[in-house]
Design a protein around this ligand. Structure first.
Ligand code: ZN
Length: 108
């Protein structure tokens, strides 16, 4: 098992987890509730939500998937508003993180 991604933003961590699972890569999410529960008001990276690939062999592939996703994220800082629930999603999301409905293609 190898940790591949760690971020204070649980939405992003969850999104990357689902991206990897969609590719058939088994991952586990840890510290999901640490930040939400208010255990600490000072963010400590040690306790950030993080995902690990279960099989070390998947690490390279998983890393490439996340790398691609991050490149996309850097290229799109405009939020996509979900047409189903109205929630703003980061521009690289293809599925609304809140209601799991597909988001419209960005016209940019
Ligand atoms: Zn939605």
């Amino acid at each position: 098992m190898k940790e591949i991604y760690r971020d204070l933003n649980l939405t992003t961590v969850r999104y990357y987890k689902s991206l990897l699972e969609d590719e058939g890569i088994p991952v586990i999410l840890r510290n999901e509730y640490t930040t939400a529960s208010g255990i600490t008001s000072i963010p400590i990276p040690e306790f950030y939500p993080n995902i690990s690939v279960l099989n070390d062999d998947d690490f390279q592939k998983a890393w490439e998937i996340l790398n691609q996703a991050q490149i996309k994220a850097n290229n799109s800082d405009v939020d996509i508003i979900c047409p189903h629930c109205g929630e703003p999603n980061p521009g690289n999301f293809e599925i609304c993180y809140l209601c799991n409905k597909p988001l419209p293609e960005q016209s940019a």
